[in-house]
Design a protein around this ligand. Structure first.
Ligand code: TYD
Length: 209
């Protein structure tokens, strides 16, 4: 059976760069996969993404924010993720549920369990089979994005350092809560080693299937 794999972490944790290298493995091995992201992943989801990340929407209420992320996720599951898994196609997703739990639940202060409740409704309890948590100190991650001039700075990037610490603490709590599903990767290493660590875990899990 194909697996549903998600990639999580704070700003500048290097998920997206690692993902580009990880898909090279799927290509080489001829393993069918899709690469997708949240918020977004579908035309409706991309519209919701624009509302969520626009720097103009400064007065968005935090529950509205949580609901919009969940709405984008619902559409994504229905239109893209479930159909792929049914066809035995691997799903590699840049952010998913844990982002909402860490950002809206822990960092915004809505509560991890409250945000989980909303997402239970949205996802009908669809959890990933495997989640990589790209573990890097928030200061280091933010330093990386400051150096990357091609990266667009969005509404959430602009939050204060304290917010990014709470995001990080949220992920640490989640890794403790879901020790089987969430695997911590030392994302302070160079990209090559980060990719190697992910592939090692991935290959082990794929062999078990
Ligand atoms: P994106 O540009 O995709 O950031 P990154 O490269 O860091 O993945 O922007 C997504 C932003 O949305 C990011 O700041 C994390 C945030 N987010 C949430 O707050 N909640 C969520 O449920 C998701 C999926 C993302």
């Amino acid at each position: 059976m194909a697996l549903f794999i998600t990639f999580e972490g704070g700003e500048g944790s290097g998920k997206s760069s690692a993902l580009k290298k990880i898909i090279a493995y799927f290509e080489e091995q001829n393993i069918p996969y899709i690469l997708t992201r949240e918020p977004g992943g579908t035309p409706i989801g991309e519209d919701i993404r624009n509302i969520l990340l626009s720097s103009q929407n400064k007065n968005m209420d935090i529950r509205t924010e949580a609901l919009l992320f969940a709405a984008s996720r619902r559409q994504h599951l229905k239109e893209k993720i479930w159909p792929a898994l049914e066809k035995n196609i691997y799903v590699l997703c840049d952010r998913y549920l844990d982002s909402s739990l860490a950002y809206q639940g822990n960092a915004r202060g809505l509560g991890i369990d409250e945000v989980l409740d909303v997402n239970r409704f949205a996802t009908e309890d669809s959890l990933p089979d495997l989640t990589f948590f790209f573990d890097i100190a928030p200061e280091k991650g933010l330093e990386r994005i400051a150096q990357n001039e091609s990266r667009e700075v969005n509404r959430l990037d602009k939050e204060a350092l304290d917010f990014h610490h709470k995001v990080y603490d949220g992920y640490v709590k989640l890794a403790k809560r879901y020790p089987k599903r969430i695997v911590r990767i030392d994302a302070s290493q160079d990209l090559e080693h980060v990719v190697q660590d992910c592939l090692k875990v991935l290959k082990e899990r794929m062999e078990q299937e």
